[in-house]
Design a protein around this ligand. Structure first.
Ligand code: SF4
Ligand SMILES: [Zn+2]
Length: 325
């Protein structure tokens, strides 16, 4: 048995955010849950995944404890004051019954459906995106937006299936996008930047092509969509750490990230993940010491404004040294 208190969440954080051009607060809530069923399969698990740390690593969590985890946060006075968006993560798929049972989903979404929150984000692998569950979720949430994040990672089959071992194909993603569109939910497609196995230049081409693919699918399947770029960082304990320590892997240059956003901007709504997870700078996407703070600030401003102007006028002697500018 685990010594974790299963009636408390794995993580809660409030961060400043923007929703429809307005400043708001995003409440990030991570259930202490059993974790991703795909990760626990003998032949499963994505090479980049570090989510197991937040889960019970396969120990079942009773539904009433999952409910208690959320209630422990929402019962506090003013818990949702100023919160426009709630992100519910469970280190796996929110719509997988064996990970988050239907009665738990009904309870947490029902509570949020009676709140002033405007958007709820959850995550799911495509095989867990089903019309029936989405209809129940949408009914519980009333007129609040439901956004479902799917880790497509790349439009390229070799990158997704061989380098990342994602375990699903484009047809699965496209089916899920269609089901989301039909249910009136939104799609958030996560796209990786530079998994191990791609050069810097290949990573740029892959990321640009992947965003174009996401928005082409979104138009075809009539789903409102965003794409969230996740530049790779070297987390402790992740498989990528071994490659990094052996000198075979470097995180992407922030100049490459800027180049990707410039080229993909016209495809659709993009955001760039800038989390540093408390890691040392050399494990993170960066430029040189002089330009890294400016590049991070410019990308944060792009996330806020969605305007390419945020990326204008950037220059540094290091741009071009291993980058794609
Ligand atoms: S699907 Fe998501 S949670 Fe599951 S192993 Fe892959 S990255 Fe991890
Ligand atoms: Zn520089």
């Amino acid at each position: 048995m685990s010594e974790l208190d299963l009636r408390l969440p794995a993580w809660v954080e409030r961060v400043p955010a923007w929703l429809d051009g307005q400043p708001t607060t995003r409440l990030i809530f991570i259930f202490r849950a059993i974790g991703c069923a795909y990760a626990r399969r003998l032949d499963g698990g994505c090479t980049m995944c570090g989510f197991a740390e937040m889960s019970t690593k396969g120990e079942r969590v009773p539904p009433e404890d999952l409910v208690a985890q959320l209630d422990s946060v929402l019962d506090a006075p003013g818990a949702l004051d100023g919160v426009g968006e709630v992100d519910l993560y469970n280190s796996g798929s929110f719509f997988a019954d064996q990970e988050i049972p239907p009665e738990v989903r009904a309870h947490v979404l029902g509570r949020l459906g009676r709140s002033t929150v405007r958007r709820v984000l959850v995550e799911a692998r495509p095989e867990h995106v089903k019309a029936h569950d989405l209809a129940a979720a949408r009914a519980a949430l009333g007129d609040r937006e439901l956004e479902v994040g799917i880790g497509l990672e790349s439009a390229d089959d070799h990158v997704r299936e061989v380098l990342i071992h994602k375990g699903f194909g484009r047809a699965d993603f496209e089916r899920a996008a269609r089901v989301l569109g039909e249910a009136g939910a939104r799609l958030l497609a996560y796209l990786i930047i530079k998994p191990p196995g791609l050069s810097e230049a290949e990573a740029v081409e892959d990321a640009v092509a992947s965003a174009r693919y996401v928005f082409e699918v979104a138009a075809r399947t009539r789903v409102r969509a965003r794409a969230a770029y996740q530049p790779t960082f070297v987390a402790r304990g992740a498989l990528v750490e071994r490659e990094f320590q052996a000198g075979r892997y470097q995180p992407p240059s922030l100049w490459s990230v800027v180049a990707i956003v410039r080229r993909a901007h016209a495809s659709g709504e993009l955001t760039v993940g800038l989390s540093d997870e408390g890691l040392e700078p050399h494990r993170l996407p960066s430029g040189c010491a002089a330009c890294t703070p400016r590049l991070r600030a410019a990308l944060a401003e792009y996330n806020r404004t969605r305007e390419l102007g945020a990326l204008e006028g950037l220059a540094c002697a290091c741009a071009g040294a291993g980058a794609c500018e």
